[in-house]
Design a protein around this ligand. Structure first.
Ligand SMILES: *Cc1c(COP(=O)(O)O)cnc(C)c1O
Length: 386
């Protein structure tokens, strides 16, 4: 049986896969089983921060791997402490909880917000307001947080205590924050799965003001936007607001599963002994990988992200067949005149991997993609839109 046939036979059919089999990669190049090479403009959905098999990253991973691969959280170990210190120093946040995925990082944030509200107000203050068109994960609770009917319909009843606001509608936000007993407002600064749509600055400023006044926590879901992707270390930094809780995952570890929930001043001590946990969370190999990734997301790299972003936006805005370009940093969405799936397939045929977000072509290249590969990829995408 071929890999494709075996996959069809034995893997639960939850994924609509592209018709290629990846067998390797180096940097921003991916190789398939037929010896074809692709420029990877998706990085495994914003995960491979420095592309495939980056030498420095492999060194960090294998060095830790040869010491110990896992201890459980019953014992102290170095890698998670180094990473937590680094995250706190770079953000001003006070404490970190490590998990294994984005959904888990959000679950942890929601638990902490409810516990905080119960201790400060009453347990009735449990509602988490999120945005319509948002995406926060696939567990029953993070599905409830996700403001899209299409994800809800086959899985009722979902976790109670969520209500949804139209993005950038300050009146709607005020209304929902007043009509519910709220613990938190959770948002992506740039909606990713929802179509690569940045929130407006005035909307987030207003949200921060109302939240501050009513002791409602701000939770920034930086799972996709975080770790340099937006051109800043975390995308909230582009908005002049300070969330109470930040969640991240995808690009944090550069290709290994790791989630992190960052707690600010108010929430630093909310989760005490026994209130939350994870067997694999903060795995030393994943943390060593993340230490390497974070230590390389410096001003120079972030400047490069912004410069590459400008190049893509300039090249594609107003190009024939392109209706609009949205997003920030190396998280961009292209609205095309041609059917989006057709554009994506044309890119694939011509050796460029891009992905989809709603009706848009979504670009999430490695943060260090070389300029010449980026240029070639942009030319292929341009042609595919014609
Ligand atoms: C991908 C994503 C998640 C879910 O992350 P998983 O690791 O798949 O659980 C949650 N929120 C946002 C914004 C995401 O992009």
């Amino acid at each position: 049986m071929s890999v494709k046939e075996k996959d069809k036979e034995y893997i639960a059919a939850t994924y609509a896969r592209f018709p290629i089999e990846i067998t390797g990669g180096k940097g921003s190049l991916a190789f398939d089983n037929n010896g074809k090479t692709y420029i990877d403009m998706g990085s495994g959905i914003a995960v491979n921060t420095f592309g495939f098999c980056d030498d420095e990253w492999i060194n960090a991973v294998t060095k830790q791997l040869s010491k110990f691969q896992h201890t459980s959280n019953l014992y102290y170990s170095e890698p998670d402490t180094v990473l937590a210190e680094m995250l706190c120093n770079r953000t001003g946040f006070k404490k970190v909880f490590f998990s294994n995925s984005g959904a888990e990082a959000n679950e942890c944030a929601i638990k902490a917000a409810r516990k905080y509200a119960a201790s400060k107000k009453r347990s009735a203050y449990s509602t988490v307001i999120t945005l319509k068109n948002s995406f926060h994960g696939r567990t029953i609770t993070t599905l409830a947080a996700t403001g899209q009917e299409i994800f809800h319909k086959d899985f009722q009843p979902l976790t109670k205590g969520f209500d949804y606001v139209e993005a950038n509608n300050i009146e709607d936000l005020k209304e929902k924050l007043q009509s519910n007993k709220c613990a938190a407002f959770m948002f992506e600064c740039i909606q990713g799965e929802g179509g690569v749509i940045p929130l407006e600055r005035e909307f987030l400023s207003a949200a921060a003001e109302i939240a501050e006044k009513n002791d409602i926590l701000l939770i920034a879901d930086e799972i996709q936007t975080g770790n340099g992707r937006s051109g800043s270390l975390y995308s909230y930094m582009n908005y002049g607001i300070t969330p109470d809780i930040v969640t991240t995952a995808k690009g944090l570890s550069g290709g290994l599963p790791l989630g992190a929930t960052l707690f600010g001043e108010k929430t630093a001590d909310v989760l005490g002994v026994g209130s939350h946990g994870s067997t694999f969370g903060g795995n030393p190999v994943c943390c060593a990988a993340a230490v390497n990734v974070l230590s390389r997301i410096d001003d120079e790299l972030l400047g490069g992200v912004r410069r590459k972003s400008e190049y893509i936006v300039k090249s594609l805005t107003g190009a024939k067949g392109v209706k609009s370009v949205s997003g920030m940093g190396l998280m961009l969405g292209i609205e095309t005149e041609r059917d989006v799936s057709e554009v994506i397939n044309r890119c694939l045929d011509n050796g460029v991997l891009v992905i989809k977000a709603k009706n848009k072509v979504r670009l999430l290249p490695a943060l260090n993609i070389p300029d010449d590969l980026l240029k070639t990829a942009v030319e292929v995408i341009k042609k595919a839109c014609l």
